[in-house]
Write a protein that binds this ligand. Structure first.
Ligand SMILES: NC(=O)c1ccc[n+]([C@@H]2O[C@H](COP(=O)([O-])OP(=O)(O)OC[C@H]3O[C@@H](n4cnc5c(N)ncnc54)[C@H](OP(=O)(O)O)[C@@H]3O)[C@@H](O)[C@H]2O)c1
Length: 351
């Protein structure tokens, strides 16, 4: 701590999640960013890569090999990278929040199954707390090491949690139809992300076996044993945002009023979860477009009595509640700041 501010370092600061961390942390009254790293852009202005930060900061990128000690390190590295260097980051900070996938699963064999290689630090998996504050708030408050959820997993878990916890839906089939934006794939361009290929596409890119299924099933194991969740992911024409439409089947008869009561009980006091199911006005169900830049997760639902189907609809900004904003929420809990600090942006309309 310098001048009573928490000193934080952002590793992987030139990427999309790193950029969002900077945007949020630069306006956080209790935090000072001491270092931001990039291998490719050492000594260049952060605002060169994140032009929305022009005039807001004169920070420059530094080399990840020259990082000094700080109070908390954020890791915004590609999946499979943080486990290779984690021992170094742990020696350089009391607290670490990793936004990649390396420490989200508790079981090394399961991690290997989904990520296709052996985990480098299997003993450390159990030491990371899964960083979804609405469900693991108490654990995050006392944690030193937090693994941020996958964006698609975060919104799906928040949608399903009240229903699985209260035994409202059958544990399978639960089908998550996920519409994904392009920023989810990170800032590194690829053949498939080239504008003429990506623009205008509705691309079914992961109809089965999406990795985030493992995180979602892990989160629900303590409540109902084996839950089988299936994701079908489609890339759509958005830069930011995820919309999930979840199809689940009721285990008992229940009406809309009771569902509203269950959601209110679970999320009524949550600062970032809103129940959206309106009879009038604009955007009557959750809509990622109006969540851009915000830390909100909007949830809605509809019941189909004839087929006992419960449709749960969830929306977030993948880079905020799905990544950087959620991680700042975790920092606030870990450091004793009010949970909403730095996350007050309400979004824009129209946008
Ligand atoms: N995008 C999303 O919507 C989203 C949502 C939730 C979670 N996440 C997770 O967040 C992480 C970052 O995602 P992103 O979208 O920001 O990716 P990105 O745009 O590709 O950024 C990755 C960053 O890591 C740096 N980097 C890459 N390899 C490195 C290495 N070996 N050592 C040090 N720095 C390295 C890159 O910069 P240099 O090459 O200049 O060093 C870059 O700054 C991923 O693990 C992703 O799964 C992403």
């Amino acid at each position: 701590m310098k001048n009573d501010k928490l000193e934080v370092t952002v590793i992987g600061g030139s990427g999309y999640v790193g950029g969002e961390l900077l945007r949020l942390l630069l306006r956080h009254p209790g935090v000072r960013i001491s270092q931001v790293t990039s291998r490719k852009f050492v000594n260049l202005d952060v605002s060169l890569l994140h032009p929305n930060l022009r005039g807001v900061t004169d920070l420059k990128f530094s080399n990840p090999d020259e990082v000094r000690h700080s109070d908390l390190i954020f890791l915004a590295l590609p999946n499979g990278e943080s486990m290779n260097s984690m021992e170094k980051w742990l020696s350089l900070s009391e607290k670490v929040i990793d936004l990649g996938a390396d420490f989200r699963l508790k079981d090394a064999a399961e991690w290997q199954h989904w990520y296709g290689k052996e985990h480098v630090l299997p003993d450390w998996l159990s030491r990371f707390v899964y960083g979804l504050p609405e469900i693991y708030r108490r654990e995050i408050k006392s944690a030193r090491y937090v693994a941020g959820p996958g964006c698609e997993a975060a919104v799906s878990i928040l949608c399903l949690y009240p229903f699985i916890k209260n035994n409202i839906i059958k544990s399978h089939p639960i089908i998550i139809d996920a519409k994904m934006s392009s920023s989810q794939a990170g800032s590194k361009a690829s053949w498939a992300s080239h504008h003429p290929e990506r623009a205008g596409a509705i691309r079914s890119y992961k109809p089965t076996n999406h990795r985030h299924q493992a995180e979602i099933e892990q989160a629900f194991r303590p409540f109902s044993g084996e839950v089988a969740v299936s994701i079908s992911a489609t890339a759509v024409e958005m830069v930011r945002g995820i919309l999930v439409t979840i199809h689940a089947f009721l285990d008992k008869e229940i009406g809309e009023k009771e569902i509203r009561a269950i959601l209110k009980k679970e999320y009524g006091n949550e600062p970032f979860v809103r129940i959206i199911k309106m009879n009038r006005g604009l955007y009557r169900y959750p809509e990622p477009k109006i969540l851009q830049g915000t830390n909100f997760c909007d949830l809605g639902f509809e019941l189909e009595n004839r087929t006992s189907r419960l449709v749960i609809i969830g929306a977030i900004d993948n880079l905020v509640k799905g990544a950087a904003g959620n991680a700042v929420q975790c920092l606030n809990l870990m450091s004793g700041f009010p949970e909403e600090t730095g996350l007050e942006f309400t979004g824009l309309h129209p946008v």
